[in-house]
Design a binder for this molecule. Structure first.
Ligand SMILES: [Zn+2]
Ligand SMILES: [Zn+2]
Length: 420
C-alpha cells in the first residue's frame, strides 16, 4: 500500500481540528478566512500573514506595561487625603492580608499572562530568525495556552464598576495609568487576535515541504494534517485522535467547580466597614446595589458572577452527558455551546478584580475598611476550575457518533477578511 501511496498525487485535504472532518482545501484562497462546514471551527485565518507586524505590536505592549503598571490608574479623595491605586498595589494589599491565592490569581490574569504572551511572541521571532526549534515550540505553547488568561479587558470593566461603588464615599480622579491600561488593552487584543501559531510554524517549515498522499490525523499544536505517526513531523508533538483523559479531566474540574460554587455564593466575598458598621456582601450583593438605583451595574455583576459560572458548568456537563449517552442529534449546537463556554470564561474574574481595586483604595482602618471574605477564595477556585475544565475538553469527542448523511465533497466556507 505504501509504495502505491507514495506515487499518488499529494493530498490537498486537511482535517478539521474541531471535528476531524477531512476538508478539501483546493478551493480555499490565500488571505481568506475558512471555516469547517460541519462544526464551524476556523481552519484558516484571513488576511496576509505579516509576522513582523506582530513583533511591532508585542514590543509596543511591552513598553506600555511600564505606564500601565507603575502609574496610578485611579485615585480617590477620602477624608481629605488622596489615595492612589496602581495595579500591583491592590495585589500587594491582598497578599499582605494573607489572601495569597487571590493575589496570585489577580496578578496572573491582569499582568503576568499578558506579559508572558508578549514576551513569547518576541521570543518566537528570535527563534524563527535563528531556526531554534525548542524556543519556537515553547514560545508558541505559551501563546496558545495563556491567551485565554489575558484579562485586561475584564480588569478595565472592573475599574469602572469600582468607580460606581466608590462614588458615594469619595471623589474619584483618573490617573495616567488608566490611559496606559486602555492602550495596553487595545494592543493586546490586536496581538492576540493576529497571532496564529500555525503561521509561525509555516514560517519555520512550510506545509508544502511535506507531500503526503494521505492524511489521517491533525496536529493540534502546529495545525498540520499528516499520516498517522507517534509524533508530528513538524513540531514533534505526540499525535492522538483524541486528547488522552480529556473527558475524565473535564469531569473532575467540573465536579470540583460545582462543589466550590456553593461556598462562593453563600459566604461573604467582601466585607466593608463604615463607621463601625459591618456590611457583608455575598455575591448576591447585586441586590443591595440595585436598591441604590444602580440596576445596570447590578445586572452586569449578576451576569458575570452567577450566570457565567453556572452556565459554564451546566453547558459543559450537558456536552459531557451527551457524549456519554451517545446522543445522535444537535452536534452543531453542542459545538456552539463549547465555543460560548470558552469565550465567556474569563468574565467571571470581574468580581475578584473589583475586590483587588477596592483593597488598593479603601484600607483606612476603623472609619472605612474593606477586606475580602473567604467566599472570594472559593469564587477564585470556581473561576480557575471552570476555565481549566473548558481548556481540557477536546471538542472532537462531540463528533464521535456523528452520522454523516451526505458524503458530498466537503469544501470549507470562506469569508472575505479585512483584518491585517
Ligand atoms: Zn470541523
Ligand atoms: Zn505539529
Amino acid at each position: 500500500m505504501t509504495s502505491n501511496a507514495h506515487q499518488a498525487a499529494p493530498s490537498k485535504v486537511r482535517l478539521c481540528q474541531g471535528c476531524e472532518l477531512p476538508i478539501d482545501t483546493v478551493e480555499i484562497k490565500q488571505g481568506r478566512s475558512a471555516y469547517c462546514p460541519r462544526c464551524g471551527t476556523q481552519l484558516y485565518r484571513g488576511g496576509t500573514p505579516s509576522l513582523s507586524g506582530n513583533l511591532a505590536i508585542a514590543i509596543t505592549c511591552l513598553l506600555l506595561f511600564v505606564p500601565s503598571h507603575f502609574f496610578n490608574f485611579l485615585s480617590i479623595r477620602l477624608f481629605g487625603q488622596m489615595i492612589p491605586a496602581t495595579l500591583p498595589s491592590g495585589v500587594m494589599t491582598l497578599f499582605g492580608e494573607g489572601f495569597y491565592f487571590l493575589a496570585a490569581l489577580v496578578i496572573f490574569c491582569s499582568s503576568i499572562a499578558p506579559l508572558l504572551v508578549c514576551c513569547a511572541v518576541i521570543s518566537a521571532h528570535i527563534a524563527l530568525r535563528n531556526k531554534t526549534f525548542l524556543l519556537l515550540k515553547y514560545s508558541l505553547w505559551i501563546v496558545h495556552h495563556l491567551k485565554h488568561w489575558v484579562m485586561i479587558d475584564v480588569f478595565l470593566i472592573s475599574v469602572a464598576i469600582s468607580c460606581f461603588k466608590l462614588q458615594d464615599y469619595s471623589d474619584i480622579h483618573i490617573g495616567v495609568g488608566l490611559y496606559g491600561l486602555i492602550l495596553l488593552q487595545l494592543f493586546t487584543v490586536l496581538l492576540v487576535s493576529r497571532v496564529s501559531t500555525r503561521r509561525y510554524w509555516e514560517a519555520y517549515q512550510t506545509e508544502s515541504s511535506h507531500l503526503f498522499s494521505h492524511k489521517d490525523i491533525h496536529c493540534t499544536c502546529c495545525h498540520m494534517s499528516q499520516p498517522m505517526a507517534p509524533q508530528c513531523v513538524r513540531c514533534k508533538t505526540p499525535l492522538s485522535h483524541r486528547t488522552e483523559n480529556s473527558i475524565q479531566k473535564t469531569w473532575a474540574y467540573l465536579v470540583a467547580a460545582s462543589i466550590a460554587i456553593f461556598p462562593a455564593n453563600l459566604i461573604p466575598i467582601s466585607i466593608l466597614l463604615t463607621n463601625g458598621k459591618r456590611l457583608e456582601d455575598t455575591i448576591f450583593w447585586c441586590g443591595s446595589i440595585s436598591k441604590n438605583g444602580m440596576t445596570g451595574i447590578a445586572a452586569i455583576i449578576f451576569v458575570a458572577s452567577i450566570v457565567v459560572p453556572v452556565a459554564k458548568i451546566v453547558g459543559l456537563a450537558y456536552i459531557l452527558l451527551a457524549i456519554k449517552f451517545k446522543r445522535g442529534i444537535f452536534h452543531r449546537q453542542r459545538m456552539m455551546i463549547y465555543f460560548v463556554v470558552k469565550w465567556i470564561g474569563k468574565w467571571s474574574m470581574m468580581d475578584l478584580f473589583v475586590i483587588s481595586i477596592m483593597m488598593a483604595l479603601v484600607d483606612r482602618g476603623q472609619i472605612l475598611d474593606f477586606t475580602p471574605g473567604y467566599g472570594a477564595v472559593a469564587f477564585g477556585f470556581v473561576v480557575v476550575l471552570t476555565m481549566l475544565a473548558a481548556e481540557s475538553f477536546d471538542p472532537r469527542f462531540i463528533w464521535d457518533n456523528y452520522q454523516q448523511g451526505n458524503r458530498a465533497k466537503n469544501t470549507a466556507n470562506q469569508k472575505e477578511s479585512f483584518n491585517e
